[in-house]
Design a protein around this ligand. Structure first.
Ligand SMILES: NC(=O)C1=CN([C@@H]2O[C@H](COP(=O)(O)OP(=O)(O)OC[C@H]3O[C@@H](n4cnc5c(N)ncnc54)[C@H](O)[C@@H]3O)[C@@H](O)[C@H]2O)C=CC1
Ligand SMILES: O=C(O)[C@@H]1CCC=N1
Length: 279
């Protein structure tokens, strides 16, 4: 059983963008005290917006936020990570927090090198449904991470969804391809169904409602069901009926191969970024 979440520690989110807001938005929904959450960004406008929307502590100064916190979640773009960590290195050496990086394509070796000292570091690959506490996060820890730090990391990301610890760092790239980028695949499908719905005679709002309610219903059925997606699909597909024709069209168009190509492209890009951005 998961132990109760210890909310006495402060967490600094470095880079208050989409992913950071999704995670701390979910944590706040789960009851994490707002005054124990710090968020940083370079622009005053972003900080103002984040403060008004979430009520967390904000600062343009990464060092200030790190000094206040036992846990530091690095949420800047991968291309910014080296500069941010090298700048923070002296403060990190002093305060020795638990570092959690959510960046795609930055491995533990690079994070360790840029941070400058041997720190406990977790690589985490969350996704934006964390905002609704419906996320999925893949996690991998270095050897410096204690059992207690692993437990609190797990509790933080469980507060915003499901967690999966992988036993090989390379599997983080696979998590990216399935669940990190995954919400965008479903959104793309929703966009396409809505668009085609308008061509089939509905106004955009109605086409969108039909599409989204169908996505919600299908996801809820798949999650709550004793049988797998294939069986649920079979139950919709009456022999000689309409669904059968639609599914045939998807299969004739190579849907499964296309999904494989797309997910492999995400894995390949993560590996390429890891090579390009490493020292
Ligand atoms: N968006 C997503 O669905 C997911 C993103 N990620 C990872 O999360 C990280 C952030 O991605 P997003 O949130 O989408 O990007 P974003 O661009 O929305 O957020 C980045 C934030 O960092 C801030 N920033 C830039 N330089 C900074 C600095 N020197 N100090 C402090 N803040 C600074 C920016 O103002 C911005 O608010 C990336 O590394 C990405 O790989 C991981 C999983 C999913
Ligand atoms: O597209 C990206 O690179 C990030 C990582 C997973 C989702 N968004």
């Amino acid at each position: 059983m998961t132990p109760p979440l210890d909310r006495s520690q402060s967490i600094a989110f470095i880079g208050a963008g989409n992913m950071a807001c999704s995670i701390f938005g979910g944590l706040i929904e789960d009851g994490w005290p707002k005054n124990k959450i710090w968020a940083t960004a370079r622009s005053e406008a972003t900080l103002e917006k984040v403060k008004n929307q979430y009520g967390v502590q904000v600062s343009p100064d990464n060092h200030q936020a790190v000094r206040q916190s036992e846990i530091v979640v690095l949420c800047v773009k991968p291309q910014m990570m080296k500069a941010v960590l090298q700048d923070l290195a002296p403060t990190l050496k002093e305060t020795k927090p638990l570092l959690i990086s959510v960046a795609a394509g930055i491995n533990l070796d690079s994070l360790q090198t840029w941070a400058g000292s041997r720190l406990p570091i977790v690589r985490c690959m969350p996704n934006t449904p964390a905002l609704l506490r419906c996320g999925v996060s893949g996690l991998f820890a270095n050897e410096q991470v204690s059992a207690e730090q692993k437990a609190i990391t797990d509790a933080i990301f469980k507060a915003v969804g499901m967690t999966l610890w992988v036993d090989n760092e390379n599997l983080i790239d696979s998590v990216i391809a399935v669940s990190g980028s995954g919400p965008a695949y479903y959104f793309l499908f929703m966009e396409a169904m809505t668009e085609v719905g308008t061509r089939l005679g509905f106004d955009r709002k109605t086409a969108e409602q039909l599409t989204l309610q169908t996505a919600l219903g299908a996801a809820k059925m798949a999650v709550g069901s004793d049988v797998d997606a294939r069986e649920l699909r079979r139950q919709v597909t009456s022999p000689g009926g309409t669904t059968e024709q639609a599914i045939r069209a998807f299969q004739a168009g190579g849907l499964e191969q296309l999904v494989e190509q797309a997910m492999q492209a995400a894995v390949d890009r993560a590996a390429e970024m890891t090579r390009q951005l490493a020292d």
